[in-house]
Write a protein that binds this ligand. Structure first.
Ligand code: DC
Length: 231
């Protein structure tokens, strides 16, 4: 798996794309990264772009309702992905942006249409040979509507809360299971109800419910679906 700067100037509109969309904490990021590794494709965690933008906005003291200021910020954001780490202005921010607080702010600013538009080209620049696996909410619907394989990866909200809880505790964060469950429910509702690029499964996307699946099984399923499409 290779990580690229979104500013790398060689996007390839014909490179194959596997778009994996789904709700928070479904495991889609882990699955997408492993599918990318299995296929030797690039990987884009689009949620990290929203999270890093939210983090940069808070750091700059920008009012989260000031869409024009957020759009301007998105345009000048120095954001780089390298070997699983996210760099903002050259500083590693992976842990800071993956916390629940950053996720919640990301979900709020992600409802702003002009901001989403401002982040489009940045995401599309990741489409490079030999291919891209990407995860988010609107990868198959808006960012890469011509993706060769679209997957809607989900799990029950209780299972997702458990997974997120375990992940946070393992990383040494403070976490409360009931609070995570409530936050996921709120975030699902907000991501699904917004008027632009709402979270939804389209008819073209294959449903992958991982509630009772291991990560390896989920990865194998996506790789098998992809192999079935390209041969
Ligand atoms: O996938 P994630 O939890 O890291 O995403 C954080 C927030 O960013 C999520 O609540 C909604 C938003 N998001 C989005 O609107 N569109 C995407 N493609 C990815 C994330």
């Amino acid at each position: 798996m290779t990580s690229l700067s979104p500013l790398t100037p060689h996007p390839s509109p014909s490179a194959p794309v596997i778009a994996i969309d789904g709700p928070s904490a479904s495991g889609k990021g882990t699955v997408a990264a492993l599918v990318a590794e299995a296929l030797g494709f690039h990987y884009l965690d689009s949620g990290a772009i929203y999270r890093a933008t939210a983090y940069a906005a808070e750091r700059a003291g920008i009012d989260l309702a000031d869409e024009a200021a957020l759009v301007a910020l998105a345009g000048r954001l120095d954001l780089r992905f390298d070997a699983g780490e996210v760099y903002l202005d050259g500083q590693a921010v992976g842990d800071a942006i993956r916390g629940e607080a950053a996720g919640s702010v990301a979900s709020r600013i992600a409802a702003l249409p002009d901001l989403r538009q401002a982040l489009l080209a940045r995401q599309r620049a990741f489409r490079q040979a030999p291919g891209l696996v990407t995860d988010g909410r609107d990868m198959g619907t808006v960012v890469f509507p011509d993706a060769g394989l679209k997957v809607f990866l989900t799990a029950s909200v209780e299972e997702r809360a458990q997974r997120r809880y375990k992940q946070l505790i393992e990383k040494g964060f403070d976490a409360s299971l009931p609070r995570i469950l409530q936050d996921l429910r709120d975030r699902d509702a907000r991501d699904a109800a917004r008027s632009v690029a709402p979270l939804r499964k389209t008819d073209q996307a294959l449903l992958l419910d991982t509630t009772r699946m291991t990560i390896e099984e989920a990865v194998r399923q996506v790789v098998d679906w992809y192999a079935g499409r390209v041969v």
